[in-house]
Design a protein around this ligand. Structure first.
Ligand SMILES: [Zn+2]
Ligand SMILES: [Zn+2]
Ligand SMILES: [Zn+2]
Ligand SMILES: [Zn+2]
Ligand SMILES: [Zn+2]
Ligand SMILES: [Zn+2]
Length: 371
């Protein structure tokens, strides 16, 4: 038998991966809890398979799989996985802290294993095995040696034909409708080559099929590498996106920082302009105030002089000052009065033109000055 390549033979790992039912977590055995292989290549014990199936369907209990299988002929869709029996014995020998019990008389400690019977034997049973004709040619292997060995071959039991008791399944019928291991008797009776059946050595077929699987595995490895490559690319893209995000974020921050500066500068500029306007307006209003004061004192002065002039009894003297009084003062007061009315209307109206016009006129009067 070809040794199984690239499989870890650490007993604990083997046990966890292959020898425990995925549903009830019990070890597989050779009876009710023997291993059954689902089409998705996950396994469970026969008992759990029967409990899990609904009508003729079974959903794989592995959480990452959950594929539903149509069962049909149970022995074909979910065959018994006998490779696990050999593994079970291998683990039993490797794991046992000190001893493995005799398969025939379990109270005794086994010292040998019969390769053909796949049984552990104590000293007594080993002697008996050697004596009996049917078993005297069987290969007996020392358990102590098996404990040291890394070879699974010693644990491979020869399967026998279900229809022809005692006949080893050493052949294989490759006819499309058969595709199964057969015994010598099968090859003569049900798989006669003259009836279109094709018989080959089970080892040869197994080797060819193993090679096939190895080839498949290497293409799987290739696909796996490609997936890894794509995964790496996706990761790189993710990093790129994150970097780009950082860049754009920085750009947004910079833009808005600049906008804030521009707004702050605009605010300061506008306030400065406003302040200048207010100062100009205040200056102008103070000028007006001064002008009004001057007008007021002029009127008061003229009024006093007028009273005094009217008090003159001397006609000639009155007439001498009359011209000065009337033309220069009273006429001027009429002007002042006229402009004062305009000035008041300056505060009543919203019309900027009026405002400006009055201001100009008023300014012109002031600039003319009192005589
Ligand atoms: Zn189970
Ligand atoms: Zn599955
Ligand atoms: Zn034997
Ligand atoms: Zn025994
Ligand atoms: Zn047979
Ligand atoms: Zn056949």
């Amino acid at each position: 038998m070809v040794p199984i390549p690239q499989v870890s033979l650490a007993p604990d790992q083997l046990s966890r991966q292959f020898l425990v039912c995925n549903v009830c977590n019990d070890n597989y055995n050779e009876d009710g809890k023997h291993a059954r292989l689902l089409p998705c290549l996950h396994a469970l014990c026969f008992e759990c398979l029967n409990k899990t199936k609904v009508d003729n369907q079974l959903q794989c209990p592995i959480p990452t799989c959950k594929v539903t299988h149509q069962l049909g002929d149970l022995d074909k869709t979910c065959p018994r996985d006998n490779t696990r029996r050999d593994l079970m014995d291998f683990v039993k020998v490797k794991r046992a802290p000190s001893a493995v019990c005799c398969s025939v008389c379990p109270s005794n400690i086994a010292t040998y294993r019969c390769k053909q019977c796949a049984e552990f034997l104590c000293g007594e049973c080993q002697s008996a095995h050697k004596r009996v004709n049917a078993t005297k040619d069987h290969v007996l292997l020392e358990i102590e040696k098996l404990k040291q060995s890394q070879d699974l071959d010693a644990f491979c039991r020869q399967l026998t034909c279900g229809e022809h008791a005692g006949n080893d399944l050493k052949l294989y019928c490759t006819k499309d409708t058969c595709q199964k291991p057969v015994c010598m008797m099968c090859a003569i009776v049900s798989c006669k080559e003259t009836n279109g059946h094709k018989i080959e050595s089970a080892d040869t077929v197994a080797d060819a099929k193993r090679q096939d699987i190895k080839d498949q595995k290497s293409s799987m490895t290739k696909v796996g590498k490609e997936i890894q490559q794509v995964t790496d690319n996706v990761k790189t893209e993710q990093e790129k996106v994150m970097n780009l995000r950082k860049m754009v974020e920085d750009e947004i921050d910079e833009t808005f920082d600049n906008l804030e500066k521009i707004i702050a500068r605009g605010r300061a500029d506008l306030k400065k302009t406003l302040e200048n306007c207010v100062i100009a307006k205040q200056d102008h209003l103070k000028d007006q105030e001064r002008g009004l004061k001057r007008m007021k004192s002029e009127i008061e002065e003229s009024s006093k002089f007028t009273e005094q002039a009217l008090a003159y009894t001397n006609a000639a003297a009155f007439l001498q000052v009359h011209e000065l009084l009337y033309l220069k003062k009273i006429k001027k007061i009429e002007f002042v009065f006229y402009f004062l009315i305009l000035f008041i209307s300056d505060f009543d109206t919203d019309q900027p033109n009026n405002h400006e016009q009055i201001e100009n006129t008023h300014g012109a009067v002031l600039r003319q000055g009192a005589p």
